[in-house]
Design a protein around this ligand. Structure first.
Ligand code: F3S
Length: 66
């Protein structure tokens, strides 16, 4: 599984890195970015889906088989 924040849609609500700091981090203006290459380590799949569901801008894409 892999996650990716679409920078054109992210408005800096911060719920991704609050919900799943293992997977997302803020930049210097508070917009979220996937950590590293966005690969979701085993066991964090539910957190990844929760972060996706909690983004008010639907800015996080998830690739189930990535
Ligand atoms: Fe941006 Fe959504 Fe996270 S708007 S900061 S990707 S919760």
């Amino acid at each position: 599984m892999r996650v990716r924040v679409d920078e054109s849609r992210c408005q800096g609500h911060g719920r991704c890195y609050a919900t799943a700091p293992e997977l997302f981090e803020p930049d210097d203006i508070g917009n979220g970015h996937e950590r590293d290459d966005g690969a979701v380590p085993a066991g964090l799949e539910d957190k990844a889906r929760l972060a996706v569901a909690n983004c008010p801008e639907s800015a996080i894409d998830i690739e189930e088989n990535g």
